[in-house]
Design a binder for this molecule. Structure first.
Ligand code: SF4
Length: 261
C-alpha cells in the first residue's frame, strides 16, 4: 500500500464570474472552459464528490474554486455548510480555503463562513484563509481593472468579515487581501497599504505584509506579482513597488513559492 500524500483538490462550483479582471481568462472569454461552459455544480455532484473523500487516505486540501467566482453559486451557503457539517474529525478534508473577489459576501454569508471555520468538530486550523482578489484602492482603478463598479462593495465586505470575526471573538478564517501589481494600479499600492493598516490597527489585529503567497497564519496584505508574457517587465514593476512600500527585498530572482494552502 502506498503512503498517503497531500492532494490539493479543486471542486469548481461554477465557471462563471461577475467581474472581468484584465489579468484573467474571464476577460478574454466568459467560456473559460470551452466545454460545459457557464454552469453551476449540482447538489448531487457536490455531495457525492465530498462523500467519496471519506474513502481516500491522502490528506485533502479542498478549494471550491478554479476559474470562476464560487460565491455566485445560488446555493453556495448550503454547499459549504454541507462540507463542514460532514467533516467531523477531518474525515473528508484536512484543509479548506476560499478564493473570492469579495463582491458577494453579504452578512448572512459572512456568518456562514465564520460558523464553518470555527466548528469544534474538526482540527482547529481546517479553514485558514479567505483569499480576496482586490487589486485596487480607488473605485475608478477597480473599474479599470475589473470592468465593474464593485470596488466599494468589496471593501465593505472585507471590513465586515473582519469586524464580525472580532465581534464574535473568533479566530478563523484569516483574510488575505491581495493586490496584483500592474501598471494600472501601481500608484495606489501605498494607499492600499495605508488603508488596510488603519483597518487592522482599529480592530487591534496583527497582520503581515508579503510579496509571495502567505506562509504564516495571519491576516495578510499580499502584493502579488502579475503573470504575463513579458514576465521581466512585470517583475521589474513588482520590485519597484515593493521597494516603495519598504517590503523586505527579494534575495534572489525567481524564488517565489506562489503556492499556499
Ligand atoms: S474575480 Fe477571479 S475569476 Fe473573476 S475575473 Fe477576477 S481573477 Fe478571474
Amino acid at each position: 500500500m502506498s503512503e498517503p500524500v497531500s492532494v490539493n483538490l479543486n471542486l469548481e462550483l461554477t465557471d462563471l464570474c461577475n467581474v472581468r479582471c484584465r489579468m484573467c481568462g474571464q476577460a478574454e472569454s466568459p467560456k473559460v472552459h470551452k466545454y460545459n461552459a457557464n454552469s453551476f455544480m449540482s447538489w448531487d455532484t457536490w455531495t457525492n464528490s465530498l462523500d467519496g473523500l471519506a474513502e481516500i487516505e491522502d490528506e485533502i486540501s479542498l478549494c471550491p474554486h478554479w476559474l470562476g467566482e464560487p460565491c455566485l453559486h445560488p446555493e453556495f451557503d448550503r454547499f459549504i455548510r454541507y462540507a463542514f457539517e460532514n467533516n467531523q474529525d477531518n474525515r473528508l478534508f484536512r484543509h479548506f480555503k476560499l478564493h473570492t473577489n469579495g463582491t458577494l459576501l453579504e452578512d448572512e454569508r459572512i456568518d456562514t463562513l465564520l460558523d464553518c471555520a470555527n466548528m469544534d468538530t474538526m482540527a482547529d486550523d481546517t479553514f485558514r484563509f479567505v483569499h480576496f482578489s482586490v487589486d485596487a484602492y480607488t473605485p475608478r482603478v477597480y473599474f479599470d481593472i475589473k470592468k465593474y463598479d464593485l470596488g466599494a462593495r468589496v471593501y465593505r465586505n472585507i471590513v465586515r468579515l473582519l469586524e464580525r470575526r472580532v465581534e464574535r471573538g473568533l479566530k478563523w478564517p484569516y483574510v488575505t487581501a491581495a493586490f496584483i501589481v500592474m501598471p494600472e494600479n501601481q500608484h495606489e499600492a501605498e494607499w492600499y497599504l495605508h488603508y488596510w493598516t488603519q483597518v487592522f490597527n482599529r480592530l487591534e489585529l496583527p497582520f503581515e505584509v508579503v510579496y509571495d503567497w502567505p506562509q504564516k497564519l495571519a491576516d495578510t496584505l499580499y502584493f502579488r506579482r502579475l503573470h504575463q508574457k513579458d514576465q521581466d517587465a512585470a517583475d521589474r514593476l513588482h520590485r519597484i513597488v515593493l521597494d516603495k512600500l519598504n517590503i523586505l527585498p527579494l534575495s534572489d530572482d525567481g524564488i517565489f513559492l506562489e503556492e499556499s494552502f
